[in-house]
Design a protein around this ligand. Sequence first.
Ligand code: WTA
Length: 658
Amino acid sequence: MTQHASNYSFVVDPPARLHKDASIPKPNISSMEEYKAMYEQSIHDPTTFWGKMAREIIHWEKPFETVKQGSIENADAAWFTDGLISPCYNLVDRHAIERPNDIALIYEADELNEGRNITYRQLLADVSQCAGALASLGVTKGDRVAIYMPMIPETVITMLAIIRLGAIHSIIFAGFSSESVTDRINDSSCKLIITCDESHRGGKRIPLKSVVNRAYPNCPTLTNVLVFQRSPDASTAMEEGRDIWWHDLVPKFPKYCPPAVVNPEHPLFLLYTSGSTGKPKGVVHTTGGYLLGAAATCKYIFDLHPTDRMGCAGDVGWITGHTYIVYGPLMMGSATLVFEGTPAYPDYSRYWNIVERHKLTQWYIAPTAIRLLQRAGDEYVKYDRSSLRVLGSVGEPIAPESFMWYYNVVGQGRCAVTDTYWQTETGSHIVSSMGPITPMKPGSATLPFFGIDAVIIDPLNGKVIEGNKVEGVLAIRSSWPSAARTVWKGHDRFIDTYLKPYPGFYFTGDGAYRDEDGYIWIRGRVDDVVNISGHRLSTAEIEAALISHDSVAESAVVGVPDELTGQAINAFILLKPNAVANVDLEKQLIMSVRSTIGPFAAPRKLIFSDLPKTRSGKIMRRILRKILAGETDQIGDLSTLAEPKVVEHIIHAVHHTH
Ligand code: WTA
């Protein structure tokens, strides 16, 4: 490893063995010169660049002639629109035909040694049978189908079966409450939901179907519940005429079902995500552009080859699981891990045990997991990890210290570490190093991916700040293939959120610094989005859940730094005149958040106090953040506050809350 200091940061070169070792595949990209040439072309001649890439990576039912049309400015960008594509053929069939016995899914069950491998041949049969079953339940092209499932192969099979019919999946993370499930199903009028009796995680069993049971009566568009049985020993009540066991229906259908062919702009899936306003948005990803971005980033950033075995320990309930467990690796024809459990079960060495047994070549997790394992101790980082080449980090900034631990202790200095910056809306990585070639700077997501014309904008005047050593908000100048096209039933909302703040640009919502070498350092959200253990939530959603309690007049939620979870939620609560703060009320408020959103959204701390409001009634969260950070001397200008005196009350309340 070479480490050389630049003023405030240092550079770590990718290990030379990634280019020299004859026992590993030749990298998909060989040098920074090649990256620079490809990047330049992707920005100045996107038609040639993406046209070539799309022909190489995707099998087209009908070749496209038009690569790109429309623009960010007019909110009408579209890609490859005169071509035709079969998503499922690209993900499954072509590999099943060419390399039927190669492994597609590596299922690692919660209990060690209870998993199994699924070949591409088997995957094609399983997906076809499931597609037949879904079609028999009335699912056709364009229908929305909800998935509320744990990390088991049947979840991936279901996703692929839905798109095999040209239908659109909407996965709801299996930690969301029945209220959240209801809202998401109703927003996109899902026809069917697929769930499990229960999930197994970290040695515990968590009921899933009962959550769906509670949501179902409030979802008028649902016609059935398809239930996969994860625990044959659990006595799960089934409702006649509504609930159908997977094992009673799916095996009845043939092992080949013709795959749907669609326009590349046909929606592939919806995924709900939180923004700065209360209601989650159903982000819409398209077929052609999204699959191209997923595959291209796997190929160049993770240096993924068809012979590789990709390990992403995320969950398909979030975008990371969609793109880097399912779509990217399967587009590349690689094997991909489906891990049901947790990093701490049966002990903190679980990940490395998985890496050894499956000889994984890439490993991709969030900094929150890295910090957990770092804290647990180096003695747990055992087992043979020599198969690994690229380690990835995702979801939040990674501190240089954790980066170096990941690099040295996990990777033993033999692997590249990629800090991948992206969002649900971007579909795939937009700023990241490319494993084998990019000199890394711990703490920086490094350089933009192909086609990403990243700019720093001055939030005060909305102008692009050219050059290096500049700080502002991060935006993107022109459309790229895997960008979300719209919000389900809310194109106006899509425009207002992402395109209006800086006309002509896609606005990420993150602050960023571009250093003297053009490296990008993500500073975090500039809006009211918080990130708890990599789970993205809006403060407004949590506030709404708190205000739904009879005793609460108003509330303001802020994210505070947390060593383990990245951020934790602190909620300021202003009670109604006759309400009294006590332990019982605290419990009820926490329960209210858990049942409205999900357990992972529960506030760490509740502070009963007044709220700092401007004369126009806007809550100044900046002041709350300063007080929580103990920086009361830096609160700044209070003249816009309606009642500057409340600050004293809040400081007092914070000191008296534990
Ligand atoms: C944050 C997750 C710093 C960022 C893929 C972004 C990051 C939000 C990084 C999107 C990173 C993601 N460094 N911050 N490498 N990756 N973020 O939609 O604030 O769940 O806007 O997508 O996570 O969260 P989302």
